[in-house]
Design a protein around this ligand. Structure first.
Ligand SMILES: [Zn+2]
Length: 195
């Protein structure tokens, strides 16, 4: 599986994890490695009394992580766009004590080209929730530009870079959840060797 980076200058590749040796060296022995081991490899669940990881992932109902209780804080929001949840991220780090953040985009995300859903969004709020049409249009138009993106891998890659700048001592890993096989994929720059 691969994808093209359209929102920045680097090409990105999705790297599957089918065996422990597939996990990137920088993730091994970390909470991100644990996440990949739990979800992809079915590793036995350890007891977690404190959260090791903050996971930001899409609210899409087709995504379900296989992780043990207590392992992670999980922020679920449209498109894994935790940029709208800065306080939550800061709280998990500052008070929750996590030192690692993982952002999980996914294929088939309805935040890709979200602008095309404008009429469905507006008419849905009018018909399902009783909104006034003008208010629904303003609501969509006010938020749309903050959510839409063209490629999930590039979105979480760039969002990870932003979080690293905001939280300098925190490690941030971008991943992609594949609906095809319900597994997590790592993201690498195409021009970097994958070990
Ligand atoms: Zn999504």
């Amino acid at each position: 599986m691969s994808c093209s980076q359209r929102d920045s200058k680097v090409e990105l590749t999705l790297v599957p994890v089918r065996d422990a040796s597939d996990i990137f060296p920088e993730y091994r022995g970390t909470a991100v490695g644990d996440l990949l081991s739990y979800h992809n490899l079915g590793a036995p669940h350890r007891l977690h009394t404190e959260a090791d990881l903050l996971i930001g992932m899409c609210m899409d109902n087709r995504l379900q992580l296989r992780i043990p209780p207590g392992f992670a804080f999980v922020l679920r929001c449209a498109g894994a766009n935790v940029g709208m949840l800065d306080f939550d991220v800061s709280f998990a780090i500052a008070v929750g004590g996590v030192r690692s953040v993982c952002l999980i985009g996914h294929d088939g995300c309805r935040m890709v080209d979200v602008a095309s859903t404008r009429e469905a969004f507006v008419s849905g709020l009018v018909e399902n929730a009783g909104w006034d049409r003008k208010n629904a249009e303003d609501h969509f138009d006010g938020y749309c530009s903050r959510y839409g993106f063209s490629d999930v891998a590039s979105f979480v890659w760039l969002e990870a870079e932003r979080l690293r700048k905001t939280y300098a001592n925190i490690s941030v890993a971008p991943l992609v959840y594949s609906l095809d096989d319900q597994s997590l994929h790592q993201i690498a720059e195409t021009n970097q060797p994958v070990t």
